[in-house]
Design a protein around this ligand. Sequence first.
Ligand code: MOS
Length: 708
Amino acid sequence: MSVEQPTTPLRVRSVGSSLERVDAVAKVTGRARYAVEHGEPAGVRDPLHLWLVQSTVARGAVTAVDAAAALAHPGVVAVIDHTNAPRLADTDNAELAILQDPTVHFRGQIVALVLAETPESAREGAALVELSYDVEDHEAELREDTATHRPDAVNPNQETDTDEGDVDAALAAAPVVVAHTYRTAMEHNNPLEPHATLAWWEETDGRVLLSMFDSTQGVHGVAQTLAPMLGLETDQVRVQAPYVGGGFGSKGEAHAHVMAAALAARTTEGRPVKLAVTRQQMFALTGYRTETISHFRLGAAEDGRLSAIEHRVQEQTSAVREFAEQTASPTRMMYAADNRRTSHRLAVLDVAVPSWMRAPGEMPGMFAHEVAMDELAQACGLDPIELRLRNEPDVDPETGRPFDNRRLAECLRRGADRFGWSSRPAEAGARTDGDWWVGTGVAASTYPAAKIPGNAARVRSLGDGRYAVAIGSVDIGTGARTVLTQIAADALEVGAEDIDLAIADTRLPPASVAGGSSGTSSWGSAIVAAAQRFRADHGDHPDPGVETTASAAQDPAAEQFAFHSFGAVFAETRVHRWTGEIRVPRLYGCYSVGRVINPTTGLSQFRGGLVMGLSAALFEESWRDPRFGHVVTQDLATYHIASHADVLDVDAEWLEESDEIFTPMGSRGIGEIGIVGTAAAVANAAFHATGVRVRSTPITADRFLGAG
Ligand code: MOS
C-alpha cells in the first residue's frame, strides 16, 4: 500500500558531499553483473543463446524461410520466424510486434531468430538461414523536398506547432534579419554496454511468469510494454537491471530485441535465453537521433532586441512507428520576442525507429538557435553574451509563468569571467598561433526540469538505526545508486552507511525511467516522502521490520512556475590553416541546475555531456545509404566518437543554489543539459577563429579548406 505524502525540504548532510560511489568496488572488481552475465546464483541455469537474423531489404515481405542448413548446423536448436513464432496478443507497437507477419518495414528488421547451445553456433546458424523476399521500392533519405506530415504531438507529449503574434509582419519590419537553415546529423547512442537481454519463462501454480535481466533505463517500463503484448498482467513480467553500462536514451524504451528474447524463451520449455546485441546490430535496431533540418528566422532591432523568432523543423520518423523529436521546443521558452512561431514536420522513411538520444529536441534545436544567435550578434555588432542578456525574458515566453529560478545571465557572466572571455577580439579571424587560427565561442544551454508522477519508495527498519530503502529505479552508470543512498540517509537522518538500498527490480515500488533528466528528482522525492512518512508513523526508534511505502504528493505551488535549468558553454577552437583540422583545447560550462547532490558524480554528468556535445560537434554522423536503406557507418571504426586524444581541457562548474520549490532535495536534474548548446559553442568558436560559418554538424575539416 502506498500513500501520498507532502514533503518538507531535506536537511542536508550527506547530500552535497562527494560520497564515493557505493558500487565502486563491485564495478572495478568485476563483481557487478550486467544483463547477460547472470548465471546460477540468479537462477539462470543452462541457457541457450540467441542470434538475430535481420532483413537485407528495406521494404517488402519475406516470401520464404529455408532453415534446413541452419538446423543441420551443430549446436543449433531452433529457427524461429513469422511462420512459427509465438503469437502476440497485441500488435499495436509495430516496432516490437516482430515475427507476426512477413512484412519488412526497414533494412535490419528482425526477420528470424536462431537458438543454439553456444553464441558461436547461434551466429553461424543465423548466417545459414536463407530468406527470400518480395521487394518494394523504399524511401530512406531525408531531403528538404521529401514529403512530410504534421504529427499530432512531439516527444514526450508537446504541441506540434505554436504561433503567437504576427511573425511575418515583424520580420518584414525588422531592421536586422537572420534567416538560415541549420542541420544536425543522424547519430547513434552507443553506450559502452551494448543492449542485452536474458529471459526465461516459468509456470508456478498454473500462472506463467516471464523473468528478465535487461540492459534498460527502466525496468517497470519494459514490463508495462511487454506484458500486454504477451497477453500477461504486468506482474507476470519481472524485469531486473542491477547494472547497466549506459544508455543515453537508447535503453529508455524496450526495442525489438527485448521482444525477440521474450518470444524465443517462450519456446524453450523454461531454458533461459541470452541475447547480446552486437555493436553493428545497434546501428540497425536500438534507436538513434534523427537528423534535423531547422529553418530559422530571427528579426531584431539594431540594438539586438528580438521582435520575431521562427523555427520550422523538418526531421524523419519511420514507417513502422512514429517518433517525433521536439527539436523546436527550447525555442519556445529561451528568449523574449513578441512574435514567435515553431513547427515540426516529419518525413516517413522506410527505416528503423528513431528514439531518444541525450537531450532529444534540446540538443539539435539549440545547435540551430545558438548558432543563429551568434549570427545575430555579428549582424548587430554586439558581443554574443550582451545579445543574450538583452533578450532575457521576464517570464517564460511559452507559458507566461514566472521561471522558478532562471539564472542564465549569471551563468553567462560567471562563465565569461572564468573562461577569460574579456580578452577576446571582436573580429573573426583576428588571432593566429603559428599555422592555427584561434577563436572562442559561447552558447546558452537549457533543459526542462521534470518530475514524473507515480514513483513510490519503501522504507523498512532493520533495527540498530539501519534502514532498508527500496525503489525500482535503475542506475545506468550515472551514480543514481549513490545519490539515492545519500538522499535516503539525510531523509532518515542517519549515515549513508546505515542505508541498505535496493533498486532496479519490478518487484520493488514503481519508478519512472532513467530519462529526461528526471530520475533523481522523481525517485529522490519518493524516497524523501517515504522516509518522512515513516518517521511520522514510526518515530525515531522504530521496531525492526516496520515499514512504510509512500509517494510524494505534488506541491500545488509548483503549478505556478516554469521549471528549467540553464547554462553557458564556452569553447576555444583552433583550426589549422592548411589542413582545416579542428581542435578544441578548452571547453567549459557553467550551470544553474538546483542543488548538485554529489559533486563527483555530478561533475561526471556535466563533463560527459560536454564531451558528447564536442563529439557531436566534430565527429558523430551516421551515414544511411539511401539505395539500400541501412546505416553503413555501423561500427566505432567508421562512426567516429571523441576519443581521449580529442578531449582536452573539459570542465564544468555550477552556481550554489537549492531549488526547494521543485524537489525536497533542492535539485533539478543534470543528465542532459551538458550536451545542450555545446556543439553551437564549438561552431561559434570555429567561426570566430576563421570567419567561416558552419551551419551543420559535424564540423569537419573540409569546411575550412580555402578559408582565410
Ligand atoms: Mo534520456 S535521451 O531522456 O534517456
